[in-house]
Design a protein around this ligand. Structure first.
Ligand code: FAD
Length: 457
């Protein structure tokens, strides 16, 4: 056995890096084991490259609208340039993460780790055994792949960023934010794009008006939507992939992508050797302080299946370090998390949907639909949607839902007001900033409609 560590972190992604840095800054002897690249999903093949590709894809619409402002644009897109520049940026960020770990003295080990007991970890490549007072599992999640014939012909978000060339067409299976974002990326870059989804409307769990507005916006951009259907089988058909659907249709596509959810990385981690229990969904079960059923083992981020977002993983990692290494027990509040989908149109939401809020009590709903100003000189008819859901008793703002340009930026700031318990009167007192889309949020007069005892009035 080697010398003991105060903390061994498995996984150098959003949650693991923050926890390791904070614990080391409190004087702990920390090692972090990473089997791929430092930075994890968010930096290497998630939020960061995704947003860069979203920016790339939006130029086509910008060039289109620019003509209504008198510009003449003759633009060409080069995929290898985007991939190479993305690689440069994520490598820069990876180096920044490494420096951020090394500065407080965290040891970075490139290997695959497995737990071998409550206080021991084995490195599977080197065979090294490590003693640890505390183990933190921050191994994230991976794309789920449907078990259908020919599934190996499809890609996931992991491969989508580095395709050797853009396909002429793509079929994306899924109805969540990854499916929707990649559909708008590919469509904006000129790929003939189809989403196939088993449900009736994309983005289950989001507000219904926003979901419908989003689907209309996707279709306006030429994205085809196939509902209540799944892919049954894939097969090679020359340069194409032939997809057989559950309704009997067979169609060829240049590429097929699964965006059908993400599964916690718990396989081969040796959790049974330490009695670490899983939740019914297969993620690691933890308490409010991210402690597992084994007292010396904690888990944060996507592997716990709480809320699979980077800022949540970071906060869980930070609060774990506060609790365990700074004698300052902190539990993460998982309510009121602002969420965005960086599609076109973009959406940003926080709090309860209309349907959820109406089951909690009487509510007033304020709804605005208008053409975003950038489109008023063009023939684009798409509407921005802003919805404010307010408790009828006391006027507390319970939910804000925005679909349209810069929705994500708006909702981040709305989250501050919501966190302070803002009421409609607080919004009304706020001076409008004109001309913006967000000013609608502080200039609503009477409610558009209300719910009383669960019924829409
Ligand atoms: P990860 O960041 O996944 O890190 C886990 C690390 O553990 C990985 O580096 C992995 O290689 C390593 N690992 C796994 N097993 C082992 C092992 N046995 N030994 C050693 N190392 C191991 N979130 C947002 O907030 N905003 C977004 O816009 C957003 N966009 C996304 C887009 C896509 C396409 C995807 C896939 C995700 C996106 N997310 C987004 C989610 C976000 O990336 C994750 O919530 C976040 O990265 C979770 O952090 P984590 O620390 O739990 O895991």
């Amino acid at each position: 056995m080697s010398e003991p560590y105060d903390l061994v972190v498995i996984g150098a992604g959003s949650g693991g890096v923050r926890a390791a840095r904070m614990a080391a800054s409190y004087g702990a002897r920390v090692a972090v084991v990473e089997e791929f690249r430092v930075g994890g999903t968010c930096v290497i093949r998630g939020c960061v490259p995704k947003k860069l590709y979203v920016y790339a894809s939006r130029f086509s619409e910008t060039f289109d609208v620019a003509q209504s402002f008198g510009w003449q644009v003759d633009a060409k897109f080069d995929w290898p340039t985007l991939v190479a520049n993305k690689e440069k940026e994520i490598s820069r960020l990876e180096q920044a993460y490494i420096a951020g770990l090394e500065k407080p003295g965290v040891e970075i080990i490139h290997d695959t780790a497995a737990v071998t007991g409550p206080n021991s970890v084995r490195l599977l490549d080197s065979g090294r055994e490590m003693d640890a007072r505390i183990i933190l599992i921050a191994t994230g999640a991976h794309p789920s792949i449907p078990s259908i014939p020919g599934a190996e012909l499809a890609i996931t978000s992991n491969e989508a960023f580095d395709l050797p060339a853009l396909p002429h067409s793509i079929l994306i299976e899924g109805g969540g934010y990854v499916a929707v974002e990649f559909a708008t990326i590919f469509a904006g870059l000129g790929v003939d794009t189809t989403i196939i989804y088993r449900g009736e409307c994309l983005l289950r769990g989001f507000d219904d008006d926003i979901r419908k507005g989003l689907e209309a916006g996707l279709q306006d951009r030429g994205i085809k939507l196939i509902h209540q259907t799944t892919i049954r089988a894939l097969s090679r058909d020359g340069d194409n992939i032939s997809a057989s659907f559950s309704d009997g249709v067979v169609a060829p596509y240049g590429a097929v992508m699964f965006a059908t959810g993400r599964v916690a990385n718990v396989g081969n981690l040796g959790l049974e050797t330490a009695g670490v229990e899983l939740s019914p969904s297969g993620a690691i079960a933890v308490d409010a302080y991210s402690r597992t059923s084994c007292p010396s083992i904690y888990a944060v981020g996507d592997v716990t299946g709480r809320v699979q977002l980077t800022p949540v993983a970071i906060r869980e990692g930070w609060y774990f370090a506060e609790t365990v290494f700074n004698n300052n027990p902190l539990a993460v509040d998982h309510s009121q998390i602002p969420t965005a989908v960086f599609s076109d149109p973009e959406l940003g939401v926080i709090g309860l949907t209309e349907t959820e809020a109406a089951t909690h009590g009487d509510i007033d709903v304020y709804l605005a639909r208008f053409r975003p100003m950038i489109n008023t000189l063009s023939t684009k008819t798409e509407r921005t949607i802003l919805k404010l859901i307010v408790g009828a008793d006391g006027g507390k703002v319970l939910g804000v839902h925005i679909l349209g340009p810069s929705a994500a930026e708006m909702i981040q700031l709305v989250a501050v007001a919501m966190g302070m318990g803002a009421t409609k009167a607080d919004f009304d007192r706020t001076m409008a900033l004109h001309p913006t889309a967000a000013e609608e949020l502080v200039t609503f007069k009477g409610p558009s409609y209300t719910y009383r005892q669960g019924a829409k009035v």
